[in-house]
Design a protein around this ligand. Structure first.
Ligand code: AMP
Length: 225
């Protein structure tokens, strides 16, 4: 099963993505996580991407597009993938569409998690990243995924690992920029969503991201089944 998942930063896209990935045993390809891993490891790619990410800008297409298309060609993606964080603009959408067509790869679902911009912004500030596994969701304001406590410190609720915040999650200007890009229906991510929605035969699932995580995932799973 191959799935594209869209949603503004803060919509719970990563959390729902982790649930889908686990249930269907497919690979979770997350553009932002690939960048963060490269930044952490000090690679050339990470060095090139860091300044854009810190500002909340998109990393240029000539870096991002080949990175994702190459990632989708790796062996683990043969069992299916959930692509998260890509495409984020019209050029990426058109390029991905063409590449999938050329490789005769079927897109099974387009999932769109919708959420009001103000709610999304408030949610971003509370999320925490597990240093051990990107698919361990933790959020200080959401009861269902509240971090655990150990020796008076917040730790990952899944594995007890150390938690970090993302620098671009604590910067309101960067959050604003990321949302400007997401909600832009002309050339931004909403335009990319609409590009895929318009493809005949595409199965589109639009879910309201405002309810609690369990409720959203239940609705999502019913429609994916
Ligand atoms: P995310 O984890 O999806 O919020 O992504 C974090 C940051 O990585 C974004 O704000 C961008 O700077 C960069 N990024 C992630 N995906 C893309 C993409 N498809 N195109 C360009 N930049 C991206």
């Amino acid at each position: 099963m191959n799935i594209l998942i869209f949603g503004p930063n803060g919509s719970g896209k990563g959390t729902q993505g982790a649930i889908i990935q686990k249930k269907y045993g497919i690979s979770h390809v997350e553009s932002g996580a690939i960048f963060r891993k490269n930044i952490g490891a000090g690679t050339e790619l990470g060095k090139k991407a860091k300044a854009y990410i810190d500002r909340g800008d998109l990393v240029p297409d000539d870096i991002t597009i080949p990175m994702i298309l190459d990632r989708l060609k790796e062996d683990d993606c043969k069992k299916g993938w959930l692509l998260d964080g890509f495409p984020r603009n019209v050029v990426q959408a058109e390029t991905l569409h063409k590449a999938l067509k050329a490789a005769d790869i079927k897109l099974d679902f387009v999932v769109e998690i919708s959420l009001d911009r103000k709610i999304a912004r408030d949610r971003i500030m509370g999320r925490r990243l597990c240093v051990n596994d990107n698919n361990h969701p933790n959020h200080v304001f959401i009861d269902a995924i509240k971090p655990a406590e150990k020796d008076g410190k917040q730790v990952c609720r899944v594995c007890g690992g150390e938690l970090k915040t993302r620098a671009d999650d604590q910067d309101e200007t960067a959050i604003g920029k990321r949302h400007d890009i997401y909600y832009d229906t002309n050339t931004g991510t909403m335009a990319a969503v609409n590009h895929f929605k318009k493809i005949p035969g595409t199965k589109v699932i639009t879910i309201d991201g405002a309810p609690p995580i369990g409720e959203v995932s239940e609705k999502l799973m019913k429609q994916l089944a």
